[in-house]
Design a protein around this ligand. Structure first.
Ligand code: DGJ
Length: 748
């Protein structure tokens, strides 16, 4: 069993072959944290790890006692996990152990997404009940450990067992005390069109944090952070990960105290948050997933990829091959009619595309971003047969049909706004601040969610729609809901996200065959919370292949290939003006869920042939590109960032595709080699190079190579002869396809 309890030292041990997590009930009943890291023997007695701190904080103010769920005001002066204001105004808390239980599997969290099990033996959960008697507050801490993943998931439930109201001001999903501060913090930060750039900094005394106050997880910071040692690499060294299964305002923080210990915490951002906990009611935090690796950042990512791909995403699309789409956005923007769409779709079909996605502009009087959000009925001037008609015609071409919506929004120039001006989020005494000419619907209101469910059910029920791209293009200002009393306005942001989840839940249940893709101006809400409902997300509005190297590399720290939609677009690129070779654009977009975002009818014959070849290449390896083990080889965030390399490997290591990209070419590169990882050292691999050609790189690498050679010596990635480097050019990419040869012995 992965969870044991030593009754003498009152120590819980959550363990599997990869990790151990130790919790001790200290002498005074405070819940102490002893250890999280590599696996320790089950039989060991670890109570002594708490040393002199086993008493708890009594008469030892400010000591670096490691705690599971720290609270303020009673001797711990670091950042708290939980702050609850009591009826007398006090926020002091000192919860003590009351009881615990262990059960097979793991429980769902009401109203919130979370990871799950498919059988009770996949995971075990420890539920610890703490009580703060003066505050009449019960705190249930949930720790789940999967039998074969280096991950602990945590969540918390608070219950008011008294007769007076409590106000929850901060309720983190997890807090983790580490004994030293010799760490670097890795975060995924950026902006619109350059999401998830890897930023690394040494921990310093005091607090270092990332978060969001936008009402969505946001482009600026992803709800993920890792700690790594200075020498931790992709393949070696210690690393911790903290990831939040949540799509709203979040905080992820590392605090280094006066004794050089580190406290990590992750959860709903306490800024602006206040939840009125009435007597007898409960508040549930989102889930946090904590991972540990002794084998570098690569293994940390493996843990998150497997967990989120296989035990967070759900429904038929979790495992199903994802279709290759043609999205008309960059081909037409708002300027299209039925004939134009059919022209694009027909050309796409002829290239091998499987789904046509109709983006923004199909409804109301939507000819720009200035109007019509909320009026989800077809613009008959553009689509005389309505959505049903265009869907039918697209399907008649042999393609499936997908559609764009932005359900959480309303334009002031829309019928919906005329009918329900009060449904837009805003403070009645202030003007509304517009963003992209639009306002946000109050998803904290039940009637708004019900209305949207009705409208969208109608749309999905009447037309043959196989895919929905659910967009969200602005963040929330003037946060306020008239449906909440003054004392509850601090609940608004969380209630908004609960409303979004509720709508997603109802729609995915009612239309299980529809593939949902989440989007928020690209990666503005690319988070684990969304992945429960939409197993893939539009990674970024930036489709430039060179920009995408960094975006996709960074995103892959936490998110699997199956979650990253990546499209080939036209040149000059619409975000950067850069012109990259068509093969390079495809070689980047292959690593994820491939699509095209251009006008296929405008391609030259040569380009058409190239795109057909790309699609055929991808289809033949779709499982590898969407579900293979993603191995990062050369980081665009290191050195001069000129080179990037990564690979995807099948579970049995028999097949792999390596991508190598160089931004600017240069002469005299010498015998540059790229060492691979994750192969079978004993296997022989047939190597072929894409795009095929009689160039020096193909000549030098094609043929049969041992897995050991490929991992210890590597592939040649620059021409040996300086004259040959002229043939390479800037923005070059090459894929190396590896297929294990069947050994002679097995052939017989
Ligand atoms: C932002 C998205 O990220 C784009 O892909 C596109 O769907 C536009 N919105 C449409 O308005």
């Amino acid at each position: 069993m992965p969870i044991t309890f030593d009754t003498t030292s009152r120590t819980f041990h959550l363990r599997n072959d990869k990790i151990s997590y130790l919790i001790r009930v200290l002498e005074n009943g405070t819940l102490g944290h002893l250890y999280f890291g590599g696996s320790l023997a089950e039989s060991g007695s670890y109570g002594r790890l708490s040393g002199v701190e086993y008493l708890g904080l009594s008469n030892r103010l400010g000591d670096p006692v490691a705690l599971e769920y720290p609270t303020p005001g009673t001797g711990d002066f670091r950042v708290p996990a939980l702050t609850v204001e009591q009826a007398n105004g006090s926020t002091a808390l000192d919860p003590r152990y009351t009881s615990h239980r262990v059960f097979g599997g793991k429980s769902a969290i009401p109203g919130l997404p979370s990871t799950y099990v498919q059988g009770y033996d996949e995971a075990e959960t420890l539920e610890i009940l703490l009580t703060d008697t003066p505050a009449s507050l019960e705190i249930r801490l949930f720790f789940a450990i999967y039998a074969d993943r280096p991950v602990i998931t945590r969540a918390v439930r608070l219950r008011n067992i008294g007769s007076e109201q409590l106000t929850v001001r901060c309720a983190m999903s997890a807090s983790l005390d580490l004994p030293d501060a010799d760490w670097e913090m890795v975060q995924l930060s950026g902006a619109w069109a350059r999401e998830c750039h890897v930023r690394t900094r040494r921990l310093e005394a005091g607090s270092q944090a990332i978060g969001s106050l936008r009402g969505a997880s946001g482009h600026e910071h992803n709800p993920f952070l890792a700690l790594k040692r200075e020498h931790t690499t992709e393949e070696a060294g210690e690393a911790y990960g903290l990831s939040l299964v949540y799509s709203g305002n979040f905080l992820a923080e590392a605090e280094v105290d006066q004794y050089q210990t580190t406290r990590l915490r992750i959860g709903i951002n306490p800024e602006g948050f206040a939840w009125a906990l009435d007597p007898g009611t409960e508040f549930c935090t989102p889930e946090a997933a904590l991972a540990f690796s002794e084998a570098g950042l690569g293994a940390l990512s493996d843990a998150y990829h497997g967990l989120y791909r296989d035990r967070l995403a759900r429904g038929v699309w979790r495992d199903a091959p994802r279709p290759i789409v043609l999205n008309n956005w960059e081909a037409t923007y708002y300027d299209f009619d039925e004939a134009r769409l059919l022209e694009i779709a027909t050309a796409a079909r002829d290239l091998g595309v499987e789904m046509f996605v109709l983006d923004d502009g199909w409804f109301g009087r939507r000819d720009s971003d200035a109007s019509s959000l909320g009026d989800w009925t077809a613009n008959k001037a553009k689509l005389p047969g309505g959505v049903e008609g265009i869907a039918r015609q697209i399907e008649a071409l042999g393609l499936r049909f997908g559609i764009w919506i932005e359900p959480e929004m309303v334009s002031q120039r829309s019928q919906l706004f005329v009918d329900h001006p009060d449904w837009a989020v805003g403070v009645p005494t202030r003007p509304h601040t517009e963003g992209r000419n639009q306002l946000v619907l109050d998803m904290a209101r039940r009637e708004v969610v019900d209305y949207l469910f009705g409208v969208l059910s109608d749309l999905l029920g009447h037309a043959s729609i196989s895919y929905v791209k659910w967009d969200m293009n602005r963040n929330i200002t003037e946060p306020f809901s008239p449906s909440l009393p003054a004392a509850r306005q601090g609940e608004f942001f969380h209630r908004y996200i609960l409303g979004v989840y509720d709508l997603y839940e109802r729609l995915t249940r009612a239309f299980p065959q529809v593939l949902f893709e989440s989007c928020a101006s690209g990666g503005g809400r690319f988070d684990p919370g969304m992945l429960q409902f939409a197993p893939q997300a539009w990674t970024s509005d930036d489709t430039d292949a060179i920009e995408r190297l960094r975006i996709q590399w960074g995103t892959s720290l936490c998110y699997p290939l199956s979650s990253m939609a990546a499209h080939v677009s036209a040149i000059p690129n619409h975000q950067t003006g850069r012109s990259t070779p068509l093969a390079t654009r495809a070689a980047v977009a292959f690593f994820g869920v491939l699509g095209y975002e251009l006008d296929p009818a405008a391609l030259t014959d040569e380009e058409r042939e190239a795109v057909s070849g790309q699609i055929a290449y991808y289809k033949a390896r779709r499982d590898l590109f969407q579900r293979g083990r993603f191995v990062r080889l050369k980081s665009p965030f290191e050195g001069d960032g000129n080179e990037t390399a990564w690979m995807t490997v099948s579970a049995d290591a028999k097949r792999a595709v390596v991508g190598h990209y160089r931004v600017l070419n240069g002469p005299q590169r010498g015998r540059e080699r790229l060492r691979l990882r994750g192969l079978d050292p004993k296997a022989s691999y047939r190597v072929s190079v894409w795009p095929a050609g009689d160039d020096p790189i193909s000549a030098a690498n094609s043929g049969v190579r041992g897995g050991d050679e490929l991992m210890r010596i590597g592939l040649l990635v620059a021409p040996e002869n300086p004259v040959d480097s002229r043939s390479v050019g800037d923005f070059a990419a090459r894929l190396f396809d590896l297929e294990a040869e069947t050994p002679e012995a097995d052939r017989r």
